[in-house]
Design a protein around this ligand. Sequence first.
Ligand SMILES: NC(=O)c1ccc[n+]([C@@H]2O[C@H](COP(=O)([O-])OP(=O)(O)OC[C@H]3O[C@@H](n4cnc5c(N)ncnc54)[C@H](O)[C@@H]3O)[C@@H](O)[C@H]2O)c1
Length: 339
Amino acid sequence: MIRVGIVGFGFMGRTHYKCWKGLDGVDVAAVCDVNPNIEEDTKKAVGNIGDTQDTVDFGSLELYTDFEKMLAEAKLDAISITLPTYLHADCSIKALSAGIHVMCEKPMALTDEDCQRMIDAAKRSGKVLQIGHCVRFWPEYAKAKEIVESGQYGRVIAATFQRLGAAPMWSADNWFLDEQRSGGMALDLHIHDTDYVQYLFGVPKAVCSFAAKGPGGALAHIVTQYLYDDDRVITAEGGWAMTPAFGFEMSFNIALEKATLVYDLTRDPAFRVCPAEGAAFTPEVEASDGWCLQIAHFAKAIRGEELKPITTLADSMNSVRIVAAEKESAKKGQKVSIR
Ligand SMILES: NC(=O)c1ccc[n+]([C@@H]2O[C@H](COP(=O)([O-])OP(=O)(O)OC[C@H]3O[C@@H](n4cnc5c(N)ncnc54)[C@H](O)[C@@H]3O)[C@@H](O)[C@H]2O)c1
């Protein structure tokens, strides 16, 4: 039995709870949140995809408001770190140093120095540290990668990825809108597509980004071209500038020589392969979501199963570095190399 704790019981903490509860051989034993009213507030919660108001059985949980007390007392094997981003590095390092496997939400940290500290702590501890780059596990994105890599439809000519919604307003003190604590829209939201671009095509040699600011002066919308050594056109667009009535769109179009792969969460069917000859079709994908699939992967990793590496710590750190280059490019109005 894996004894699991969750620290930060907001939108993602509840999402991890639901995913952990769906796995055999797992005991979700403890939850820590600084909010003393977490039980009541859980009933009113919202997020960007789906809702996470599934019943949480607080009766079966040890509740903590102090993270270090939970580490010392709850006898955990593994922990989900679903805290605001500025707390990821220090809390991951504390948990790893206490001999606990860590599943930490994305982005890995605010800076590449903090990412490196986390990597060093994971190495020292010998414990698993996995970062929640859930899009790599998202069934349609995983299938698209499989199709691209099979080579059956030839090479990629162009690909574009979108992630668009209203600014997240669900956090109690609006930490998302504070660049110092969240890294802003690009690091918080758009990094999902940056990371998937890296997963499909590798680290780009440079990025060229354009960005618009919102009313408060913070970056609200970004469009990036990822530059490689050939003429492929790879772009991603992310933004918090949409109105709440717009909802949430995550989508991609991948143009291969002999097929176009299309995904758009807001359409039905959301996923289609449109081959050069014959009708479009929807491939079968896993009946789950990227959040739960990544946690199932993490659970296997801590049980010592041999696994195909889907996300690595070096990749997670690279995604933080690439987003930093995107922000720099948008600010300077010029192409920025990825060092
Ligand atoms: N993978 C995804 O699709 C996805 C989606 C949304 C958010 N995220 C990431 O997940 C993380 C959390 O985001 P969220 O939407 O759950 O935020 P949230 O604001 O809903 O939840 C954060 C929770 O942490 C608690 N908290 C704050 N400081 C604490 C501390 N010192 N000790 C214990 N609890 C503390 C807060 O009270 C709150 O309940 C962020 O890094 C965010 O970028 C990922």
